[in-house]
Design a protein around this ligand. Structure first.
Ligand SMILES: [Zn+2]
Length: 151
């Protein structure tokens, strides 16, 4: 950006105010001289072009910053997704382990219940003998307690 006004001196471009005596290669010593219309017009066009270039440069920087920020946001989203995927994989492994444990416990419980039924059948077959009928409630209770513990 030039700070030389369109109405600057014909020879050196400086403003009239404060010009005084100046020296240039072409004009030598001179006082402020009215610029030509062509010079004024040329300087106005140059000044406008400077402003447009500066605005474009500012805009370019703004675009670059925006691109950087969205790049960071995308990276953050990727990291979040990766963390969630890891969490999901860990959770589903844990879920499968718990499911397997539950199935094992269920099998153990069914086995214990089957054992109780078998024991009851054996006791029923022996019920004719009075002394075996006496121990039946005790045997049954013992088996039931064992079943509760395996749960
Ligand atoms: Zn001058």
């Amino acid at each position: 950006m030039t700070d030389r006004p369109p109405s600057g001196c014909r020879h050196c471009g400086l403003p009239e105010r404060g010009h005084g005596q100046r020296w240039t290669e072409d004009a030598g010593w001179h006082t402020w001289t009215q610029p030509t219309d062509a010079q004024t017009k040329q300087r106005m066009l140059a000044r406008r072009a400077d402003r447009i270039t500066t605005r474009a440069a500012d805009h370019e920087i703004e675009l670059t910053l925006t691109a950087d920020v969205s790049g960071l946001e995308a990276a953050a989203k990727d990291a979040t997704i990766a963390a969630l995927e890891l969490h999901l994989a860990t959770s589903s492994r844990r879920y499968r382990a718990l499911e397997a444990q539950l199935h094992a416990e269920r099998r153990a419980r069914l086995a214990a219940e089957a054992a109780v039924r078998r024991a009851e059948q054996v006791l029923d077959q022996c019920i004719g003998a009075d002394h075996i009928g006496d121990i039946r409630p005790h045997l049954r209770q013992a088996l039931t307690i064992e079943t509760e513990e395996t749960r």
